[in-house]
Design a protein around this ligand. Structure first.
Ligand code: PHE
Length: 336
């Protein structure tokens, strides 16, 4: 029987099929337009009339059987693809999961940007040593033990008597000892204070310190350097001014203010209607501090400044609470 022979042949081939591609080849071979089934149908015409009907029905039955076998084989291949290596069934029609790549934290982004601006202005950029000695954090800065000015910094101490730096000025003495004038250096790094936290204060925060030491450096150089930096950082020309302040390591000690970046000097809630933002402490480096660092204060003068990085980011990006930065709250982080 020809149909029976073809069925056996088909079953043998179907058993060898491993994937959809092979299955499709087999389908063309048997069910295609020029396939084996159609070839059988063509034989009908060569048969005597009384045998034609029976033969035709037989071939039709075979065709149906083959089609069914195809379908079930197709389902089996699909099911085996849906099993992963652990043997669990997975739904390959589910939409893919989005993979989060993460990105650079806003503080790091801004650290890089600030470093870039100062580098273009000719400053070397350094990182502070985060835990240091009483000498580097205080004494070398003209703040001897028991000096009341130590109260300006709520200091943490380690059991061994070291200090997680309370300000980046802790690097000043190291810089004077390791560089020769002209010195232009910026320190960007983390500082730590034993402070109660609120919207404007964190126990861990970043400062940007800068020193410029050379012959004939004055407060005029300081104001203009700061003005140029802030104009670059905020992307518009800003005015700057100073007023007296006090830090033991500078004389005169100053506080620098820039034109309010939000209202342009007209007065708003951020600048408390003054039109100015007090943004950093600075001044002419105290001669004693230069001498302590091995620099001849009769020959050289310089200026220094220290400012909070978070405050500047908050002003630039309209962030109202400093505690967001370390909250780990992804809703905050993802905004940048
Ligand atoms: N270190 C000072 C502070 O943290 C800021 C400062 C730096 C002031 C350099 C003057 C000169 O408050």
């Amino acid at each position: 029987m020809e149909t029976e022979k073809l069925w056996q042949q088909f079953k043998k081939k179907l058993a060898e099929v491993g994937d959809f591609e092979e299955l499709e080849k087999l389908r063309v071979e048997f069910l295609g337009r020029k396939g084996k089934i159609n070839q059988l149908f063509q034989k009908v015409t060569s048969l005597p009339p009384e045998k034609r009907k029976e033969f035709g029905q037989e071939v039709n039955r075979l065709k149906g059987k083959i089609q069914k076998a195809f379908l079930s084989r197709e389902r089996k291949i699909k099911a085996s693809l849906e099993r992963n290596l652990t043997g669990k069934k997975i739904d390959i029609s589910l939409p893919g999961k989005e993979v989060s790549l993460g990105h650079i934290h806003p503080i790091t982004q801004m650290k890089w940007e600030v470093a870039d601006i100062f580098q273009r202005m000719g400053f070397e950029v350094l990182e502070p040593q985060e835990v240091t000695t009483d000498y580097d954090n205080f004494t070398a800065l003209n703040i001897p033990p028991d000096h009341p000015a130590r109260d300006m910094w709520d200091t943490f101490w380690t059991k061994e008597g070291y200090i997680p730096i309370t300000h980046t000025s802790s690097m000043q003495n190291w810089i004077y000892r390791h560089r020769h004038p002209p010195i232009r250096a910026v320190v960007i790094g983390r500082c730590f204070r034993n402070e109660a936290t609120d919207m404007g204060h964190e126990h861990t925060f970043h400062q940007i310190e800068g020193v410029y030491v050379d012959k004939g450096i004055t407060v005029a150089n300081l104001i203009e350097t700061m003005r140029v930096f802030f104009s670059e950082f905020f992307g518009k020309e800003l005015r700057a001014k100073v007023r007296p302040s006090y830090f033991p390591f500078v004389e005169p000690g100053l506080e620098l203010a820039i034109e309010c970046v939000l209202c342009g000097g007209k007065g708003c809630s951020v600048c408390k209607q003054s039109g100015w933002l007090e943004i950093l402490g600075c001044g002419q480096i105290h001669p004693r501090v230069l001498e302590e660092g091995g620099i001849d204060s009769k020959k050289y003068t310089g200026f220094a400044w220290g400012m909070g990085l978070e405050r500047m980011i908050m002003l630039r990006m309209g962030i109202e609470d400093i505690r967001h930065f370390h909250s780990g709250d992804l809703r905050f982080i993802r905004k940048f």
